[in-house]
Design a binder for this molecule. Structure first.
Ligand code: PLP
Length: 491
């Protein structure tokens, strides 16, 4: 029982149960009260091949598995699914490095974790003797849905339903989802915006009578959201892998610290960086980059988390978020008084805001730096970086790039800076073309081709073939019909 709920230390679970449940029963997130240092020597881990490194790093968070089991699992998860066996190459751009996390099957960084999660759920079920089928329900604003579909398709003992807002995703994102193959998948549009779809999914999860009726049919509901520890553990791996590559390519010497700048939404990616730090990797600052929805920047500057503001729709939609779920885990680790976490979350729910003590804020600021970038600047920056370095950024990565440059100016004694790149520029061709000063009228498929023509960068295969694929899913329903949809889907 190595995990507890952030909101109540008496609610405990093994790593296996935490992977299957996703969320703790009291609505808290599962955390390890004491994050173990990697029992293997860090230097030894850094010389391993990618698959063995993944197994060693994940073992710290998933101790119920043997290293052999995790090696086999990592190999099953990654082999043949990414553009190359490197999974996430770190490339030098100007004086910094960019860690390209988008070379997976759907060209988004979520592929890294969502390639592993289905295998972790299956293996956890086997170890615990859970016989029910696990049905993943996901509301998506674009990237998570497709990456989860690709990860869970045809996984025995699992099924997945993705709900997306009818008019709330891009042409490319919609085409990626409605053409999904696989015998255990369903995709359905919901009238309304992302919040309506998200609320619908949450109300299904919290309807005990409905969940029990599904259980009687042999079905457990679960989530592929980044609150699952089975998504966090694989994300820690690429911080190690990146560090190893920087040493190998003589960008740093072993033991030197590295600063990582992360484009943040739900705070999962950057929290994985914190877990890398806690397990012993020489991490300097973690720089939290936001777009115009700068709730996190305000929080790290003032200690006040305040979501009472309008959500701004930007060209970096995966960062358009006002409640960053995984921050709850960070509060747990930063607070001396763990009871405070439940209190903050209650305040957030009731008043939309909470304030941490100066002490806690200081502790957070020792670890994190922060900054934000307007939409206009992020789009302009895509053109500037392309002309100066011949390197093409997507809109999310552009936000992080800008924030990283400002961080370096404000912290002259900074370490080598790595910018985490979370999506292929071809997923957001309109804004990228606009940043390059090119014509950006047309549908998503035309824009993808134009972007490739203008830059000579080749389109990832999964996006290039999209316009030729058959549309399989055409259902559009109202948000209050979602429960019925799930029920009928199970049959
Ligand atoms: C999900 C996502 C993010 C935000 O990551 P979090 O782990 O939620 O902070 C950033 N960029 C892209 C392209 C994403 O898909």
């Amino acid at each position: 029982m190595n995990y507890v709920s952030t909101r109540n230390p008496k609610i405990r679970a093994s790593d296996l149960q935490a992977v299957i449940n996703g969320l703790a029963p009291d609505g808290g997130l599962y955390v390890q009260p004491d994050i173990p240092q990697n029992d293997k020597n860090i230097k030894c881990i850094l010389t391993m091949d990618t698959i063995s490194m993944a197994a060693s790093v994940m073992k710290t968070f998933l101790p119920s598995f043997s290293e052999e089991e995790l090696t086999a699992l990592a190999s099953r998860s990654f082999k043949g699914k990414f553009d190359n066996d490197d999974i996430a190459p770190a490339v030098t751009v100007g004086e910094d490095s960019v860690l390209e996390l988008y070379h997976g099957p759907t060209s988004a960084f979520k592929d890294v974790a969502l390639s592993v999660l289905p295998n972790l759920i299956t293996a956890s079920k086997e170890k615990l003797g859970v016989k029910e089928k696990v049905l993943i329900l996901t509301a998506t604003s674009g990237d998570t849905g497709k990456a989860a579909l690709e990860g869970f398709k045809n996984v025995p003992g699992c099924g997945i339903i993705v709900f997306y807002p009818e008019n709330g995703v891009s042409d490319v994102q919609k085409a990626q989802m409605v053409t999904q193959d696989g015998g255990n998948v369903a995709v359905c549009a919901v009238k309304g915006n992302f919040d309506d779809a998200q609320r619908g999914v949450k109300s299904i999860f919290s309807d005990n009578a409905f969940c029990n009726s599904l259980k009687n049919k042999g079905v457990l509901l679960s989530s592929a959201n980044s609150i699952n520890i089975g998504r966090l553990a694989p994300q820690v791996v690429y911080y190690y892998k990146c560090y190893a590559d920087l040493v190998k390519n003589s960008k740093i010497r072993y033991g030197e610290k590295v600063d990582f700048c992360v484009p943040c939404g739900n705070f999962g990616n950057i929290l994985a960086g914190f877990l890398a730090l806690k397990t012993g990797l020489p991490v300097g600052k973690l720089i939290c980059a936001s777009n115009a929805n700068n709730v996190l920047t305000d929080f790290l500057n003032t200690g006040v988390y305040d979501k009472n503001r309008e959500l701004i729709k930007t060209a970096s939609p995966s960062m358009d978020i006002l409640v960053s779920s995984n921050l709850e885990r960070m509060l747990y680790y930063a607070e001396d008084d763990k009871d405070k976490v439940a209190f903050y979350m209650r305040k957030l729910n009731e008043e939309g805001k909470y304030t941490v003590s100066q002490n806690t804020l200081c502790r957070l600021r020792e670890i994190f730096s922060c900054g934000y970038c307007s939409d206009e600047d992020a789009i302009k920056n895509i053109g500037e970086v392309y002309h100066e370095h011949s390197y093409l950024l997507d809109t999310h990565t552009s936000v992080a790039w800008r924030v990283a440059q400002e961080y370096k100016k404000s912290a002259p004694s900074h370490n080598r800076v790595v910018i985490l790149s979370t999506a292929s520029p071809f997923k957001f061709p309109k804004a990228v073309l606009q940043g390059l000063g090119e014509e950006c009228a047309g549908n998503g498929f035309e824009l993808i081709e134009r972007l490739s023509e203008k830059t000579g960068v080749s389109v990832p295969e999964n996006l290039a073939s999209l316009s030729k694929r058959d549309i399989i899913f055409k259902d559009v329903i109202c948000a209050d019909g979602m429960k019925e949809y799930v029920f009928n889907h199970i049959g």
